[in-house]
Design a protein around this ligand. Sequence first.
Ligand SMILES: Nc1nc2c(ncn2[C@@H]2O[C@H](COP(=O)(O)OP(=O)(O)O)[C@@H](O)[C@H]2O)c(=O)[nH]1
Ligand SMILES: [Mg+2]
Length: 347
Amino acid sequence: MGAGVKISVPFLGSSKELLEAALSRGRKAAGGVGKVRDPLKRVKTVEMARVNAFHDYLKARLKSVSAGVPTLEELHAFYRELLEQTIEVKAFKQALGHVEKSTKLLESFKRACKKGIYSVKTEKDAERIKKSVRMYLGRTASVLRSLDSSIERLESTRKKLAELPVIDLDAPTIILAGYPNTGKTTLLKRLTGSRAAIASYPFTTTSIQVSSFEWKHAPVQVIDTPGLLDREMEKRNAIERKAVAALTHLNGLIVFIVDPTPYSGYELEKQMRLLSQVARTFSSQVIVLINKADLAREGDVKRAQAALKGRKVFVEGANSPSTLKEWVGNWAAQEYRKSLAPTSPFK
Ligand SMILES: Nc1nc2c(ncn2[C@@H]2O[C@H](COP(=O)(O)OP(=O)(O)O)[C@@H](O)[C@H]2O)c(=O)[nH]1
Ligand SMILES: [Mg+2]
C-alpha cells in the first residue's frame, strides 16, 4: 500500500554546529590550495577558497530548509487541515522567512568580503585581506546566532510533521464511527485480520488507528478514531472538529456501529442522534452495523432495525461470517477501479 505524502523539514542543527561545520569546510578548502608563486595572489586565493567553501556550505544547509517544506497550497486537503491544527502555521512561516532573509544577508556579506579582498593591490596591505575575512566570518556568525530561535521553531515543527499519520490518500477508506464499547476496535481487527499491524498515530488530543486489507486486489484502508467519532459534536473541541474535518477529505465510507444491547451504556436514541450528526458531517455514504448480534435479544435487534429504517444495515456478531466485510470490500474495489480509470475528456 502506498504511503501518504511525506512532509519533512530537514534538520538544521544549532547555529553553533552550523558555524563549526562551515568553518571546518573553509579550513579544508584553504589548506587545499595548490602552489601560487605570487605572495599577494596566494593570500587572495587561499582566503577566497575559505570564504567560498564556508559560504557554499551554509547556503546549501539553509536552502535545504525551505526546499524541504511544502507550501500549504501544495498539500492534499487532508494534510492541510491536520497541519493547520498541529503546528502554529504563522510562527512556522515566520521562521522560514527568517531563514530565507538571513540567507540573502549572508550573500551580501560575501560580496562585500570578496570586494574587500580584491581591493588590496599591494603586498604590504595583505593584512587587510585577513582582516576583511575575519570581519566577514564575524558578521555571518552573528546572523547565524540570531537564527537560533527560528531554527528551534523549525525543528519542533519537523518533529510534529514526522508524527503526522501516513495515510494513503488515494485508497478507499472505511471510517469507523459509533459510541465507545460498541465494537469498533473489534471490527477493525475483524476486517483487517488479527495479524494486521495497526499503526497508531498521534492526532490532536487523541490518536487514530489505521490498518488495511486487500479485497479483489484493491487496497482497503480502515480507520478507527477513538475520541473523535464516538461522541456528540457539541462535546468536541475546536481541534477535534478540525481533525474530523480532515477525515472528510478522504475517499471514505462511514461504517457506523450500533450496539443494540444494554451493555455499552448508550441508549438507542442517543446512538441514533450521533448517527445523524456523523451522517451530516460527511458527504460520503454511511452504512450501519448492528453489532453484537450474538449477545443481543431478538427484541433489541428488531428495535434497532426499526429505528434504522431507510439505511443500509447489517446485523452481525463478532463470530458471524461477515457480509459487511464483503460489502465494504466490493465498495472499495469499485472505488479503486474508478480511481485507476483514465478520466475521459468527454463528459
Ligand atoms: N459478544 C460480543 N462482544 C463484542 C462484539 N464486538 C465487540 N465486543 C466486545 O465489546 C467490548 C468493546 O469492544 P471494542 O471493540 O473495544 O469497542 P470500541 O470501544 O467501540 O472500540 C469488548 O469487550 C469486545 O470484546 C460482538 O460482536 N459480540
Ligand atoms: Mg476502541
